[in-house]
Design a binder for this molecule. Structure first.
Ligand code: G3H
Ligand code: 13P
Ligand code: ZN
Length: 330
């Protein structure tokens, strides 16, 4: 067992308190390899933003649990070396069992999500409470979820949104003791968040998705004032990356994300954490495709992963500065 404190990591409690007071959101950026981690840390150090490094169960299997522990420790040391030691949280994204949450805590995670959103309500309460009771012994913070996001939540497939029911939030938060709550207000995972037929078109013919359900968010805030809310599925699917990917041999069609203005708006409310993974995947893929397509003689991975890392860093800096408002808050 290694405590996250020995690795120089922090839990999310203090960060969320400040984000709530300051009207911004902390980025939850997913990573599973070195280039992504370098880009996240250097972007957040340069913009002086706190950061939540997120690892999904799939990412944990991909990267290896032991390597991840040292990568997270490396991230803390790297930030110091870059000249500004930002607060770094190591967070399990979409934990699907008590055992996985426990194991992550033993490997140095400072925060875990237990996603029981697909379970019947009482089972979600029971599982979440069990994780909270264990995690809090080690001062590890816990994120729970109420409501199901459309699309694919890891193993959980939901065709339609089940928006969070504000009537349930007081009971859920008080019975489980969670530190933050992910809610469903119209975001979803991946690069295809809406079908074109759900959208209208702007004057340039671009697809405009239906707005997020700010009415539900407001009602949740009214029921649990000052409680940290989390938004999953918050990639914006920048058209320039989609165009670049398709220009260099990709086949992404009708991919649609959440407009950044709406995320900026949400970040000013009780939303203290905004999760972004797909935009990073798009940025990275666009850069790799560009290099491999335009310089087919290249076969040194650094020649395509280096530009991918640069593109990712640009993206993350943009998110902290212009979308989440977390820049300058570390
Ligand atoms: O919400 C899911 C995250 O984007 C992680 O995705 O399970 O493919 O690693 P993953
Ligand atoms: P995106 O797929 O919109 O990036 O969402 C990521 C996420 O919610 C990770 O938990
Ligand atoms: Zn998610």
């Amino acid at each position: 067992m290694v405590s996250y404190k020995e690795l120089g990591l922090v839990n999310s409690r203090e960060l969320f308190k400040k984000a709530m007071e300051g009207g911004y959101a902390i980025p939850g950026f997913n990573f599973n390899n070195m280039e992504q981690l370098q880009a996240i840390v250097s972007a957040c150090v340069e913009t002086k933003s706190p950061v939540i490094l997120q690892v999904s169960s799939g990412a944990r299997k991909y990267a290896n649990q032991t390597l991840l522990r040292y990568m997270a420790q490396g991230a803390v040391e790297y930030a110091k070396e870059l000249g500004y030691p930002i607060p770094i949280v190591l967070h399990l994204d979409h934990g699907n069992s008590f055992e996985l949450c426990k194991s992550c805590i033993e490997y140095g995670f400072s925060s875990v999500m237990i996603d029981g959103s697909h379970l019947p309500y009482d089972e979600n309460v029971e599982l979440t409470k069990k994780v909270v009771d264990y995690a809090h012994q080690f001062d590890v913070t816990v994120e729970g979820e109420l409501g199901v996001l459309a699309g694919i939540e890891d193993d959980v497939k939901a065709e339609h949104h089940t928006y969070t029911d504000p009537d349930e939030v007081v009971d859920f938060v008080s019975r489980t003791g969670v530190d933050s709550l992910a809610i469903s207000i119209g975001t979803s995972h991946g690069a295809y968040k809406f079908k074109p037929e759900q959208c209208t078109r702007d004057e340039h013919g671009r697809l405009v998705p239906p707005p997020l359900r700010f009415d539900i968010l407001k009602e949740v805030e009214r029921r649990i004032p000052g409680f940290p809310i989390v938004l999953h599925g918050s990639s914006s699917v920048p058209q320039e990356y989609v165009d670049e990917i398709n220009k260099y041999g990709g086949k992404l069609k009708d991919s649609i994300g959440i407009p950044e203005e709406q995320l900026r708006e949400a970040a000013k409310s009780a939303v203290c954490k905004i999760n972004i993974d797909s935009d990073g995947r798009l940025a990275m893929t666009a850069a790799v495709r560009r290099v491999l397509w335009t310089q087919p003689e290249e076969f040194d991975p650094r020649k395509y992963l280096g530009p991918a890392r640069d593109e990712l860093k640009k993206l993350y800096m943009h998110k902290t500065q212009n979308v989440l408002g977390s820049a300058g808050k570390a």
